[in-house]
Design a protein around this ligand. Sequence first.
Ligand SMILES: NC(=O)c1ccc[n+]([C@@H]2O[C@H](COP(=O)([O-])OP(=O)(O)OC[C@H]3O[C@@H](n4cnc5c(N)ncnc54)[C@H](O)[C@@H]3O)[C@@H](O)[C@H]2O)c1
Length: 269
Amino acid sequence: MGLLKGRVAVVTGAGSGIGRVAAVALAKEGAAVLATDIDEAGLKETADAISAEGGTVETLPQDVTDEAVWDTVMEVAETRLGLPSILVNNAGIAIGGAIPEFSLDDWKKQMSVNVDSVFLGTRAAIRKMHEAGGSIINISSVAGLRGAAGLSAYCASKGAVRLFTKAAAVECARAGWPIRVNSVHPGIIDTPIWQKSITRLGEGMPASPTMPQGANAMDADTLGAQASPMGRPGRPEEVADLIVFLASDKSSYINGQEHVVDGAMTAGG
Ligand SMILES: NC(=O)c1ccc[n+]([C@@H]2O[C@H](COP(=O)([O-])OP(=O)(O)OC[C@H]3O[C@@H](n4cnc5c(N)ncnc54)[C@H](O)[C@@H]3O)[C@@H](O)[C@H]2O)c1
């Protein structure tokens, strides 16, 4: 408790899954949190969960692909809570499907929500934090480290997040801006994202360790049991703990790195 006392954090996609649990965890450590999402009902649930534990939270409806809104987000955080020093670029979607049938529209949508958002958020954060400093945490995926059949666009988007993160970290450090930028790469985590994208995963695809045959008929429990040597999916809390660490000064010399939280999924066969 108190690791992030006096800090202000912005968390995108905070109306569900990893974003919600991360927002709660950051608040528990004393950060005042601006939670944003397109899902306003989800945001309210997150805010209620933080308030119930005595935390400080504000909410803001935000489409992370909207450039104009990003300019306001950091201003709103500063006005309502104080100068932000933590940004968690978490909002994301997974659009599955075989490459021959994949539409350019879906490709662009995947890139817009998962990659444009991370660029826009990082840019807004650097503009706001370059003097006082901060920590930017970009949520990638194990799909940003290796390929998965049926998830080509998602893999491409998460790979882009991984390298953009490294470039941003080096650029900030070389410029003398005291901002660290790291990426987090979860394996299969039990959140609604699987229910949302599952219907199109595995369609007509060969089996792979990341996407077993018939994945379209599976939930996160089954997928996690098959894909992780630990035999279960991860819990959002297990990702949130890493996010809190990266947000805090406990990770003050950890910068530009990829941090995997996947139950040994990518560690070997
Ligand atoms: N759950 C997993 O297994 C897993 C694994 C690796 C990476 N991730 C990544 O973790 C992040 C969070 O995913 P999750 O599993 O919690 O999913 P989730 O579906 O539970 O939550 C994602 C949130 O993002 C929001 N969102 C979607 N599009 C948005 C937009 N345009 N603007 C603002 N908000 C938007 C949704 O409303 C939702 O609240 C994503 O980036 C995802 O790719 C998840």
